[in-house]
Write a protein that binds this ligand. Structure first.
Ligand code: 5GP
Ligand code: ZN
Length: 143
């Protein structure tokens, strides 16, 4: 994807602070960290979101997320960390090349991933469950 800034980072057309890379995945420092030590992990092959990334690239990315998380813990010792991945503008995604955030956390750091809770009406949860389960079943038939 020629206009994608993360593809440009993959191709080294734009500079980045790389932590690790292999054939399929790049781990690098977020240039505007939510907290110092904020890391991004992405597949090198362009995909916008969870919906179009291949299972292979996703699995390779998650292996790197695991390795980099352990390294962050050993090197920086944050009291906690969040692994976050956004899909679509409504979720807050700003760069449309799928990536995982690994963000060091501490109590009261003000990073908001808190939500209030909706309440299901009678039968509503089952309605959602059935719709999603049926879509999943249809998906596995086409594979
Ligand atoms: P999103 O909101 O799409 O999940 O996150 C995009 C992330 O990419 C943001 O945290 C932002 O700071 C980071 N980012 C945007 N442009 C660049 C860049 O050119 N280089 C690096 N290293 N990070 C970037
Ligand atoms: Zn891209």
């Amino acid at each position: 994807m020629s206009a994608c800034i993360f593809c440009k980072i993959v191709k080294k057309e734009l500079p980045s602070s790389i932590i690790a890379e292999d054939e399929n995945v790049l781990a690098f420092m977020d240039i505007m960290p939510a907290r110092k030590g904020h890391i991004l992990v992405m597949p090198k092959r362009h995909a916008e979101t969870m919906l179009d990334v291949s299972e292979e690239d996703l699995a390779a990315s998650m292996r790197m997320v695991k390795r980099v998380s352990v390294a962050l813990q050993e090197a920086v010792h944050p009291p906690g960390f969040s692994v976050v991945q956004l899909n679509g503008e409504a979720s807050g995604q700003t760069v449309f090349h799928i990536h995982f955030h690994i963000i060091p956390r501490k109590t009261g750091d003000g990073i908001a991933m808190k939500w209030s809770h909706e309440t299901y009406l009678a039968g509503e949860m089952e309605h959602y469950r059935v719709k999603i389960a049926e879509a999943l079943k249809a998906q596995s038939k086409t594979r």
